[in-house]
Design a protein around this ligand. Structure first.
Ligand code: SF4
Length: 248
């Protein structure tokens, strides 16, 4: 695979290190949560959250890109192109997310026969830190829109009395906070190695992470050139591909 991460890449090494630290901390937090009677509804075979849009750093995308074979890389690129088409036509962010979940659909890295992530060890931060404190139907696309006011009120009461949530959504908030050092590690490692940060859509960046010309431009700190390469492939959109500092 061209242009993807090697084991000596300091950018991906920094993120792998942060993933491992987060994994240890999350396990320890979950043990204490279970001892206090807390319940987590996520488990093998549950796929409800694998339709969500995912924002990642290019550092995380390089880790995933290094694990893909040609067939899965093609499926990831097709998903990225569907995300770009959605971003170009959606009237606002809410509609973008709705269409992403219902029309762009399941992440192609999901193994639909088992309901498991086929690249579990390389999954990005968002997939590591999303845990549900209520049954999975509340994670599924459009559940909220299709339940009536009575069930919406019951959901809000359930969230409010469930420990571990932020009181508004059913996801376990401390596990999201614990992952913040992974974002920081990615940010620092990209700045140090490349002089710029690249963030955006998971599938788009995973595709670009394996593009030699895109990575050469990034590694030269040339965000403008990297944007041109992405545009030339039809894989650019300001919502899905961000550089910091922004190219002039
Ligand atoms: S990378 Fe894995 S866990 Fe994350 S959305 Fe895709 S299939 Fe689901």
């Amino acid at each position: 695979m061209t242009g993807s991460a090697s084991s000596s890449d300091p950018v991906t090494a920094a993120v792998q290190h942060a993933y491992a630290r987060y994994g240890r901390q999350a396990r320890s937090w979950l043990d204490g949560y279970a001892q206090r009677g807390g319940q987590v509804y996520c488990g093998a075979g549950c796929t409800a959250c694998c339709t969500m849009p995912i924002r990642v750093s290019l550092a995380e995308a390089r880790i995933m890109a290094a694990t893909l074979d040609a067939e899965l890389a093609r499926a990831v690129e097709a998903h990225a192109r569907a995300a770009v088409a959605n971003a170009r036509t959606a009237p606002d962010e809410e509609e973008y997310v709705r269409r992403h979940r219902l029309q762009v659909g399941f992440c192609p890295i999901l193994d639909r026969s088992t309901g498991g992530c086929s690249r579990y060890d390389a999954r990005p931060t968002r997939c590591r830190d999303t845990f549900s404190a209520l049954p999975a139907r509340y994670c599924a696309a459009e559940t909220w829109e299709t339940i009536g006011p009575r069930e919406q009120a019951e959901y809000q009461r359930a969230v409010a009395r469930t420990p571990g949530t932020d009181g508004e959504l059913h996801f376990i908030a401390p596990l999201e906070h614990l992952s913040e050092p992974v974002w920081t590690a990615a940010s620092r490692a990209m700045r140090r190695a490349w002089g710029l940060e690249v963030w955006g859509d998971f599938w788009l960046l995973t595709t670009l992470a394996a593009d030699e010309r895109f990575m050469a431009a990034v590694q030269a700190g040339d965000g403008r050139r990297a944007w041109q390469v992405a545009s030339g492939r039809g894989l650019s959109h300001r919502m899905l591909l961000e550089f910091a500092p922004a190219p002039r």
